[in-house]
Design a binder for this molecule. Structure first.
Ligand SMILES: *Cc1c(COP(=O)(O)O)cnc(C)c1O
Length: 386
């Protein structure tokens, strides 16, 4: 008999039954008062939980669309923007901005490290930028940017929009829109929210909304804040058909976050990441991300000497687990393992155990149970410390 498939790529992440059930509900009219109320409640919760006094947009689309939505609504052709890139998804902003006709300056880190805040500050002091983009977690490298610290520094540049890509962080690592001085925070449903792909969420500060208004008509249509604002204020209004079942699914994910408590959810992700990373290092893998800037949502694991990527991932798949390959220069040298959203201790133990079995099967010397032992000890220790 085949094992169940463990979906451990960094998005989509495992979708639990109660969220699946929302997607399986009979679809109703988007104007049905019951749905209108659900949509309203979701919008209100997203504002409260992320401490955002501005607006939030919940629209059908992916994380990439949310990136484009943030840029499209706050810049115009000819503007100068600074892209802080910690990998593949940071770099995605470069082409996206160039196509919009923006002048793009890039501060890029070596993969596995981050651009120091002082360097960003220096760049901002030397030029005038309409916007700065930062990926909270770059999924290609597994590094996490100090978004709060950057936000604090950005207070000296009130005319520059601070755009944070939270696609691989939102719901797993702290993000408080007002407190962190973020102008645009964006995410997608399929990563730390633990929902299937299909919904983009963008939080916009009052400053960002005012900036959009100051731009007049923008070239983009579907992703225009001005088109969606009336709907977000009153979901009974129509602009483009809301993804009814997906809105319900995201609402259920947010209900789960409320039940767990966001702070506890953030702490859980730290504990899970630390335990997983200790176990994987114990098995011989090296993390690409430096310790000082490691993400809690995924681990990017460089193989020990002698392991063939294609063979290893094929064996993992046979054993019942999907992981992602390395990107860029790390293709073939590394695999990427998501550990975010609604996964539990059972999942983590299984994940480490599958990796041990695969190491054994490809002929790498491994003490079966060693990784599981390290993981379990680290999780129990965390429990005792509260
Ligand atoms: C996954 C990801 C994206 C892209 O999201 P899609 O839903 O695939 O469009 C953007 N940024 C980051 C940091 C991501 O991890």
């Amino acid at each position: 008999m085949k094992n169940k498939k463990l979906l451990m790529i960094p998005g989509p992440t495992p979708v639990v039954r109660r969220i699946q059930d929302q997607m399986a509900r009979e679809t109703i009219a988007f104007g049905d008062p019951a749905f209108v109320q659900d949509y309203k409640d979701l919008i209100s919760d997203l504002k409260t939980l992320w401490r955002a006094s501005g607006e939030v947009f919940v629209v059908a689309g992916t994380g990439t669309m949310a990136m484009e939505m943030a840029v499209a609504n706050t810049t115009k052709a000819g503007d100068r923007v600074l892209v802080v890139s910690h990998g593949y998804f940071g770099d995605r902003f470069v082409e996206l901005c160039q196509r919009k006709g923006l002048q793009v300056d890039v501060l890029a880190s070596e993969w596995g490290t981050i651009v120091p805040v002082a360097e960003i500050e220096k760049q901002l002091s030397e030029n005038t930028y309409q916007a700065v983009t930062v990926s909270h977690v770059d999924t290609s490298t597994g590094v996490s940017a100090p978004v709060a610290e950057i936000g604090e520094m950005m207070k000296q540049y009130p005319d520059t929009m601070y755009i944070v890509d939270g696609v691989c962080a939102t719901g797993a690592a702290p993000e408080y829109v007002d407190d962190m001085n973020i102008d645009l925070l964006l995410t997608g449903s399929q990563k730390a929210f633990g929902v299937a792909p299909g919904i983009a969420v963008v939080w916009a500060s009052e400053k960002a909304v005012a900036k959009r208004k100051s731009l007049g008509t923008i070239p983009e249509y579907y992703i225009d804040f001005e088109k969606w604002l009336p709907v977000m204020h009153d979901p009974a209004k129509y602009f483009a058909t809301p993804a009814v079942n997906m809105v319900w699914a995201v609402k259920e994910a947010v209900e789960m976050m409320k039940e767990e408590g966001l702070e506890k959810r953030y702490a859980r992700h730290e504990k899970m990441a630390s335990a997983m990373q200790q176990a994987l290092e114990g098995l011989g893998f090296t993390l690409l991300a430096e310790k000082s800037c490691r993400a809690v949502t995924l681990s990017n694991l460089i193989y020990p000497e002698g392991i063939d990527d294609a063979e290893f991932r094929k064996v993992l798949a046979e054993e019942g687990m999907m992981v992602a390959g390395g990107l860029g220069a790390y293709a073939g040298k590394m695999f990427r393992l998501g550990h975010m959203g609604n996964i539990d201790t059972h999942d983590m133990v299984s994940v480490i155990s599958v990796i041990e079995r695969a190491l054994h099967r490809v002929g790498y010397p491994v003490d079966l149970g060693k990784g599981v032992g390290i993981l379990t000890a680290a999780l129990l220790k965390g429990d005792q410390n509260g």
